[in-house]
Design a protein around this ligand. Structure first.
Ligand SMILES: Cc1cc2nc3c(=O)[nH]c(=O)nc-3n(C[C@H](O)[C@H](O)[C@H](O)COP(=O)(O)OP(=O)(O)OC[C@H]3O[C@@H](n4cnc5c(N)ncnc54)[C@H](O)[C@@H]3O)c2cc1C
Length: 302
């Protein structure tokens, strides 16, 4: 397999997720080259060719133009597999590239080997394993599913000429209205998952967070159900946290949740299921009913 890895650059910086693409290429044993709309001073530090389009002319966001650039780089690289991160950039651009190449697109891949790709289905309750049967394929990777490799190579940049103007012009970013809590700053985060059972029980998690001197967070179903506000959500579509202590209460450990907290220094999980996937990242898994364990711990701390 020859892969073209589509790196990401935002607000003048190469994103760390770019190194997750290398981890994917290693998992499937692919040779790879990079594509980047970015700048010479922000190249991925990898031992590979980087097809570099200048961000000052191509803009950070211009999908029609970037599609042309990706296609040009893929041809130069002789790539049969084009790989994106499943981010706002990747999920917009990947289908355009797949259409142009008449290629299969396999999205939100969480594991891969030479046999095929694993992706979540049915709200992550199932996993599907699939492989492409077209000559070329387009893959998007679930953010956080592949551990980023250490940046320690020397890239060889090759300039890509701009392929026109595209059909929109990137004007800049606008900061979302600040508000709510910045969980990223908390040293201790105690999060409520669906296992807490009902909205009133989120207060029990808040009480434990208070007793520990931390903030409370939540998994997405808890937020979607309206039991906690969105600024408390941890995960790929919420906040990414790396506190000294993360307490996961009734949280199964879906990949999208793990992506938001797996870099925490110490992870304590409370779950009735001893085989819950959260156990794979937890330093300590307490097999217990959170409705009994959390208040008991709060009381001890008080
Ligand atoms: C595109 C996309 C983005 C997503 N983004 C996010 C995100 O940002 N954050 C996020 O969290 N999810 C996200 N998800 C959803 C994610 O896939 C999972 O569905 C979600 O994380 C599951 O939440 P949960 O662990 O609270 O619930 P469940 O998966 O239902 O797990 C509940 C857990 O509680 C345990 N339990 C049950 N009762 C008790 C009890 N009494 N005591 C102790 N344990 C108990 C169960 O054993 C189980 O492990 C996203 C999904 C998609 C498709």
């Amino acid at each position: 397999m020859k892969a073209l890895l589509v790196g990401e650059y935002r607000e003048g910086k190469l994103l760390e997720s770019t190194y997750e693409l290398v981890s994917f290429a290693n998992a499937v044993g692919a040779e790879f080259e990079f594509f980047l709309v970015g700048s010479q001073d922000q190249l991925p530090q990898v031992e590979a060719k980087v097809h570099l389009a200048d961000v000052t002319t191509a803009g950070e966001y211009n999908p029609a133009l970037h599609k042309q650039l990706v296609l040009a780089a893929a041809e130069k690289a002789g790539a049969d597999t084009i790989v994106f991160i499943h981010s706002s950039y990747g999920w917009d651009l990947a289908p355009r590239v797949a259409m142009a190449l008449d290629a299969a697109q396999i999205s939100e891949v969480i594991e891969a080997d030479a046999e095929g790709y694993l992706r979540p289905a049915c709200n992550a309750k199932l996993r599907r394993k699939v492989k492409s049967v077209t000559g070329k394929s387009v893959i998007t990777l679930q953010a956080g599913a592949f551990n980023p490799v250490e940046p320690n190579g020397t890239p060889q940049a090759e300039a890509l000429e701009s392929a026109g103007d595209g059909n929109c012009e990137f004007l800049g970013y606008e900061q979302a209205e600040a508000g709510g809590v910045d969980l990223g700053k908390a040293e201790i985060v105690v999060s409520a998952g669906r296992g807490v059972g009902k909205p009133e029980n989120v207060e029990m998690i808040q009480a434990l967070a208070n007793a520990l001197g931390g903030e409370y967070g939540a998994s997405r179903p808890v937020v979607d159900a309206g039991w906690a506000p969105h600024d408390r959500q941890v995960g790929t579509t919420g906040q990414v946290v790396a506190p000294k202590l993360y307490v996961a209460c009734g949280i199964s450990g879906a990949i999208q949740h793990l992506a938001g907290m797996k870099k925490s220094e110490f992870i304590l999980a409370i779950n009735t299921d001893k085989d819950a996937p959260i156990g794979e990242v937890a330093d300590v898994l307490v097999v217990a009913d959170v409705k009994q364990f959390a208040p008991a711990l709060t009381e001890k701390l008080g």
